[in-house]
Ligand binder design. Structure first.
Ligand code: M6R
Length: 615
């Protein structure tokens, strides 16, 4: 992710940029930085940590005056989060400065070329390579900054939203975009640059959203000139009138954070495996695992501790780890584990899963496991959270801030991280064949697109929600990898619509719950082609013959369940271990629509809080 902000005009740039960075902090909070021009020189300040840390540093480090500047809040990709890797980055001469959101994929070869030409690098970032490439072009071709940026970007492979400033041309900022968002706010004799419109909403409602492969020169007083990066043709600016208020923009135009977060899943999953999964090369890189590989390989079992949705992700992990890596897994409610005198040895590996990283029960369970000598690995979303700090090592989910109380993207990104770990250990242990390993990596890379596809059923799911919104009880059934998804589906419905719902392994019905079935009972059954399909079809028949209503979550093109069910919702086909990443999507949307139809407070359901810091 990363957030970028820029300002050129009559007012002091620093407060505008600082406030803008705070609003964009949801895009990343590994580090923050700012560069201002005071009429004589560039003043740069940057630091690992949040925008609040930058604010402190700026006050002790620079005189924050100047009417032009750029700022950045970082979600680290190339190079660990530290002061040096923070943006902005200078070119070797110190004349140019850049902020960047995205990844320059061919940065290594460009860097080697630049090193041969005498350039030196202080950071590990791809961004420092780009600014020196721009400098090199500018010098060698004897062109102005805009042209140099254009020529350089034509040599680049990857994604970017950039803002570049030259201290010798202090009346302009050059911006460009490919794959990462970039908006230009048009004020009266002033211009704003940002990853989204929130940083300038109180100054102007006029904005230009650059399209991919466009660049713009934003000149003080003179305006904005847009060109195509590839062929240099001029583009007539399309100035949009922003209709939204600040709150809506934070929700990204969605009615609720939950819906926004459901729709963010393709990108959240991609962000979670980005930099870790290299399908083409057949590599999974996770420093938290790499650095502790012996612990994982030598353990007799893994104990997962978590609460709520995170516990459901842990249950999915049990199926995945045991299937792929052949390591026994026990999944514990953190609240039970911490109070039941569990048997833990120094040989145990404990994985603690938590979106917020602040859940009190999980935190206490971690401390207990540590006190008994276990190695504790965290899977958290919130960077720098208590659980992230308390664990010996870990892997972040990179889902971005989850604001809706009902966890959605946290669940699928947790499963993504846990799948990566299981695959990595399977490879190390030799419990998966090479070809199967490659197949899993390739298929995992396709999941964001398939989630996107599953989201397209939204209108149909809304109709299904209409039919069942007045149900008093619901059952959710699944088998194997999808049994935990049934539990998660039931939890989603309970917590935001207040309808009683239970999840069961489908085959357990005959041991009791089938007594509940009558014509009033909707039963949501996960019946994808892979995974005990015929057995689930038999379970559906048993419910049908007792007049229950069946809503089947099926694989595209399914015939058998369609013939039996009252409604079906399709998801794309994938490998069995990866099906939870798809089957969970319609269940999230169903709960969402039912809660909205019932007029419930979707984002802040009664009696709940996002972060459960009491036991
Ligand atoms: O932040 P955590 O993942 O540790 O939170 C655990 C549960 O409180 C959380 O998953 C809760 O169950 C959600 N509201 C479910 O949607």
């Amino acid at each position: 992710m990363c957030g970028i902000v820029g300002y050129i005009g009559e007012r002091e740039a620093y407060p505008v940029i600082l406030e803008g960075l705070k609003r964009l902090e949801y895009r990343g909070y590994d580090s923050a930085g700012i560069a201002l021009y005071d009429g004589q020189d560039i003043k740069l300040s940057k630091t690992k940590g949040k925008v609040a840390d930058l604010e402190k540093r700026v006050s002790s480090e620079i005189d924050a005056s100047g009417t032009v500047g750029i700022g950045h809040t970082r979600w680290a990709t190339h190079g660990v989060p530290n002061d040096v890797n923070s943006h902005p980055h200078y070119s070797n001469s110190g004349n140019l400065v850049i902020i960047h959101n995205g990844i320059i994929e061919n940065y290594e070869s460009l860097k080697q070329e630049l090193i041969k030409r005498g350039y030196t690098f202080t950071s590990d970032t791809d961004t420092e390579v780009l600014i020196n490439l721009i400098e090199d072009v500018k010098k060698n071709e004897n062109v102005k900054l805009g042209k140099a940026v254009q020529i350089a970007l034509n040599q680049v492979v990857g994604a970017y939203a950039i803002a570049v400033f030259d201290k010798n041309k202090p009346n302009e900022i050059v911006v460009a975009k490919l794959g990462s968002p970039l908006a230009i706010g048009i004020g009266d004799d002033e211009f704003f640059i940002a990853s989204d419109a929130t940083p300038f909403l109180e100054y102007t409602k006029k904005a230009i959203y650059l399209e991919d492969e466009e660049m713009a020169i934003v000149r003080r007083k003179k305006g904005v000139k847009i060109r195509k990066i590839k062929n240099d043709s001029l583009v007539a600016p399309y100035v949009q009138e922003l209709q939204m208020n600040l709150e809506q923009i934070v929700k990204g135009g969605y009615e609720h954070f939950m819906l926004k977060e459901i729709h963010e899943q393709p990108n959240a999953i991609k962000d979670t495996y980005r930099g870790r999964l290299r399908a083409k090369e057949g590599i999974i890189k996770m420093s938290g695992i790499d650095d502790n590989i012996e612990k994982f390989l030598n353990t007799n079992r893994i104990i997962v501790i978590a609460c709520g949705t995170s516990w459901h992700a842990g249950l999915v992990a049990e199926y995945i780890f045991e299937d792929l890596a052949r390591i026994p897994v026990e999944v514990e409610y953190a609240s039970e584990f911490r109070y039941r005198n569990p048997i833990i040895t120094e040989n145990d590996v404990v994985i603690a899963i938590s979106q917020s990283g602040e859940t009190a029960d999980t935190l206490a369970a971690i401390k207990l496991a540590k006190s008994k000598g276990a190695f504790v690995f965290g899977v958290c979303n919130v960077v720098g959270s208590s659980i992230a700090r308390e664990t010996h090592a870990g892997a972040y989910t990179h889902a971005g801030p989850e604001i809706g109380v009902a966890s959605t993207k946290a669940f699928t990104t947790q499963i993504t991280v846990l799948t990566l770990i299981a695959l990595k250990l399977a490879k190390e242990k030799g419990s998966i064949s090479n070809s199967n390993f490659h197949l899993h990596l390739q298929e995992l890379e396709l999941i964001p697109g398939k989630v996107e596809q599953a989201l397209k059923s939204d209108a149909h799911i809304k109709q299904v929600a209409e039919t069942y919104k007045d149900a008093k009880n619901c059952l959710y059934l699944g088998r194997g990898f999808n049994f935990p998804v049934a539990l998660e589906g039931a939890l989603k419905l309970k917590e935001i619509s207040y309808i009683h719902a239970e999840g069961y392994p489908a085959a357990e019905m005959k041991h009791g719950p089938i007594a509940l079935i009558d014509e009033q009972m909707p039963v949501f059954v996960i019946a994808t082609k892979k995974g005990h399909y015929e057995k689930v079809v038999s379970n559906i028949q048993e419910i049908k013959s007792r007049k229950g209503k069946i809503i089947g979550i099926v694989t595209e093109g399914d015939v058998d369940v369609k013939n039996l069910a009252d409604h079906t919702i399709e998801v794309p086909e994938t490998l069995e271990v990866l099906t939870p990443l798809l089957t969970t999507i319609p269940l999230q949307l169903l709960s969402y629509h039912i809660a909205v139809l019932l007029n419930k407070n979707v984002d802040q359901p009664r009696n709940l809080a996002k972060s459960v810091t009491v036991e």
